[in-house]
Design a protein around this ligand. Structure first.
Ligand code: HGY
Ligand code: MN
Ligand code: MN
Ligand code: MN
Length: 403
């Protein structure tokens, strides 16, 4: 008898938490995900689902596809990710996977049997916590990024993605047939904001995803003694960085968009030296492609003006930029209209955005998060709302995969 939602949730949480703490990041790639993957495979086996895995560890547990077959024409797939940001919450990702398994259980209890393949997916490295490119697994599975580019990605210890995948015992490469023939994808996700709280709604439907990008800012200065060097003789990259962080915050507030520098590396990182270099990563998001361009352009302009004033050097590299995603309006209204659920945009990136951009009709369901906080241990959702999400997902899957 498969675990029910709450039993699944409590059995995953400890493993999931190891994925979100620093531990996950420091362990060889997929080792935490190996634990998560075996948790998922166990849950799939308990339901008689056949698990398909691609070269980098993305998984789909199939209902209605025999072992080894990759013929899933017309399939409906639902799922999310099990990895997390460092010290993230337990719901971002895992809630979509546990709810998908629970939704299949609910369909079985209703005597439903799918007239087309129905799959539960887990994409790896959705947060890009280790290799820096968000949705790396789903980008490879849809061909949005090539294996030749992905294998060169390095983590903070200089480990290449190709080597991390190989040491996890996986063949690598992106000729994934995992999503061949998939007709519809639905991702359930904890809301990462307060819209549903403000509207007093337990479940919502996503209209789309804001454009967003990640930019590496390298500020180069002149290492010097923190005590003996006169202030006027310094070329201090930390100063240029600090003024840039301030400018980014001001520019985002001014334009009503979003920007933060969440990651910083200082060289040589010693208390009594003026740094030789500071590298900072900007995460910028905006409600339209043009406003993202304006926001990022204004931040970069102010950073270079400051650099020339401080006699430091600035190098900016766009590491990943994702355009606006609008989910299938037909699917969104089909989900929302009859149930009166709100249709809301999100500024968070998701695998659903990658699949939608790959041309797969896609929808997202959000479950209310009372704190509205995410990418933090304070992210949460009530069991009641989670179960409302499971029922919503089961209803949708029944419609999409039924006769
Ligand atoms: O960063 C994001 O928007 C998502 O949580 N991966
Ligand atoms: Mn996330
Ligand atoms: Mn997520
Ligand atoms: Mn000294």
């Amino acid at each position: 008898m498969p675990d029910d939602f709450e039993t699944m949730w409590s059995s995953l949480a400890p493993v999931g938490r190891s994925a979100s703490s620093g531990g996950y990041f420091r362990q060889p790639f997929l080792s935490a995900e190996r634990e998560l993957a075996s948790w998922f495979e166990e849950q799939a086996r308990a339901r008689g689902l056949t698990v398909e895995r691609d070269g980098v560890g993305n998984l789909v547990a199939w209902w209605g596809v025999s072992t080894g077959s990759t013929d899933h024409a017309g399939a409906v797939v639902t799922g999310s990710h099990l990895d997390s940001v460092l010290d993230g919450g337990a719901y971002d990702g895992p809630l979509g996977v546990v709810s998908a398994l629970a939704a299949l259980d609910l369909l079985v209890s209703r005597g439903f049997s799918p007239s087309r393949p129905l799959g539960v997916s887990v994409f790896v490295e959705e947060e890009g916590s280790r290799f820096g490119l968000a949705c790396l697994g789903s980008r490879l599975a849809t061909g949005a990024v090539s294996w030749s580019r992905a294998k060169e990605l390095q983590d903070r210890d200089g480990v290449y993605f190709a080597d991390a995948v190989a040491s996890a015992g996986l063949p690598g490469s992106s000729d994934s047939s995992l999503l061949d023939g998939v007709a519809t994808f639905v991702e359930l996700h904890v809301e990462q904001g307060r819209d549903l709280v403000d509207r007093d709604a337990p479940v919502g439907v996503a209209s789309g995803i804001w454009p967003h990008g990640r930019y590496r800012y390298e500020f180069r200065g002149r290492a010097d003694h923190a005590g003996t060097t006169r202030m006027e003789d310094r070329a201090d990259p930390m100063l240029t960085y600090a003024m840039t962080a301030l400018a980014a915050n001001k520019q985002a507030r001014l334009s009503g968009e979003r920007a933060t520098f969440g990651r910083l590396e200082v060289t040589p990182n010693s208390t009594n030296s003026v740094p030789s270099g500071v590298t900072a990563w900007l995460d910028a998001r905006a409600s339209s492609p043009s406003s993202l361009e304006e926001l990022v352009g204004a931040i970069e302009r102010q950073a270079s003006e400051r650099a020339s004033r401080d006699e430091t050097l600035l190098i900016v590299t766009a590491e990943s930029v994702s355009g606006a995603v609008s989910f299938s309006p037909e699917l969104a209204s089909r989900l929302a209209d009859r149930r009166g659920w709100p249709v809301i945009p999100t500024a968070a990136g998701h695998d659903a955005g990658i699949l939608s951009a790959a041309g797969i009709p896609t929808a997202m369901l959000f479950v209310r998060n009372p704190t509205g906080v995410s990418h933090s241990p304070y992210e949460t959702a009530s069991v009641q709302d989670c179960l409302a999400g499971v029922v919503a997902l089961a209803d949708v899957l029944g419609e999409l995969a039924g006769d």
